[in-house]
Ligand binder design. Structure first.
Ligand code: DAH
Length: 338
């Protein structure tokens, strides 16, 4: 009997169980009521006291070995079973990956700057909190002059304000660089205005500046015409209206035909069929002098373009407040474009 127990122990040591079926066979063979272990215990019940002493211990050891082996494999198959079912539950919905999108104003800004870059314009920027000199005085807005009322300003103190336009960056750029210069300056600007579908207390502009010898108004018109055609297509119409800005002479505003109603009349174009998108002009010689540039030698043009206004026309948006509502139903529509 000892021999038999030994053999079984040896067998168990080398055993390899690779499936739940094999494990069940193992259980039936050794651990079930009709299995080997039962035979040993049945025999033990009727054995002589000395035999019980001699065989009791090895039989119990064998029992532990068989039971442990069985338990180990069982645990292994159970957890593999669970893992398998979890992994392969094809009925579960997939995890959606929520990717972000670029904001429409970022998209349009990238597009606008891209067009001017092709024309050789560099990019510059400046501070949003600006002093009186850069935002007003250097641009020919004299102290206490009514022209300062053209833009409702958020003052921080008498000398410092949130910039009302990106023209302040023109001044900074001209102070630091020498002509020829060809540069665009995108940025956020602030005005103390009532918020409506067409106006906000902050918005974005792109300022353009080109200074060299013999720059003329024709150069300005040609550049802007090229720009709108790149943005809106060949059939876009433009018109220039004479205007006034203290820092340009002559000054103009440029309109394009309304892309939203195509001339039928809508809120965005105030039923005129035309939408103003920028102000422009030849840089006033006094501004050049203020910034340390020889106005006898150099001339230049400048323009300031409203980014929201252009984005409204490009993306058919009728109320600019929606750009700042963070409404995902609106923002997600720009996934395809970015
Ligand atoms: N700064 C003007 C505004 O905010 C726009 C502008 C007009 C900019 C004419 C210019 C310009 O550079 O030449 O209304």
């Amino acid at each position: 009997m000892i021999e038999e127990i030994k053999n079984i122990k040896e067998e168990i040591k080398n055993i390899k169980i690779t499936s739940a079926d094999q494990l069940e066979n193992f259980r039936i063979k050794y651990l079930s009521k009709k299995g080997k272990l039962s035979d040993f215990f049945d025999w033990l019940k009727t054995a002589q006291p000395e035999q019980k002493k001699e065989f009791g211990k090895p039989i119990n050891e064998l029992k532990n070995l068989l039971q442990n082996t069985y338990d180990q494999y069982k645990a292994q198959f159970d957890s593999a079973d669970n893992a398998l079912t979890n992994e392969l539950d094809l009925t579960l919905p997939g995890n959606s990956i929520n990717t972000g999108t670029k904001h429409p104003l970022t998209l349009i800004q990238e597009e606008l700057t891209g067009i001017f870059r092709k024309l050789g314009f560099a990019i510059a920027d400046g501070p949003e909190i600006e002093d009186d000199w850069h935002n007003f005085s250097a641009l020919n807005f004299p102290d206490n002059h009514p022209a300062r009322d053209m833009q409702d300003t958020f003052f921080i103190d008498k000398e410092i304000a949130l910039r009302t336009h990106t023209s302040s960056v023109q001044v900074r750029y001209m102070e630091k660089n020498k002509p020829p210069m060809r540069v665009i300056m995108p940025g956020r600007v602030y005005r103390n205005e009532a918020i409506s579908a067409r106006a906000n207390c902050f918005f974005h502009q792109i300022e353009g500046l080109y200074i060299d010898e013999n720059v003329s108004f024709a150069d300005l018109k040609q550049t802007l015409y090229y720009f709108v055609k790149e943005l809106f297509g060949e059939n876009v119409k433009i018109r220039f209206r004479p205007s006034y800005f203290p820092f340009t002479e002559p000054s103009a505003e440029m309109d394009i035909n309304c892309r939203i109603c195509e001339g039928a009349g809508c809120n965005v174009c105030k039923h005129s069929g035309w939408v103003e998108i920028l102000g422009c002009g030849m840089v006033d010689p006094q501004v050049l002098t203020n910034c340390g540039i020889d106005s006898e030698k150099y001339t230049g043009y400048a323009f300031g373009l409203g980014v929201e206004r252009v984005a409204m026309l490009k993306y058919d948006v009728k109320d600019l407040r929606i750009y700042f509502d963070n409404d995902l139903r609106f923002l997600n529509q720009f996934k395809k474009i970015s």
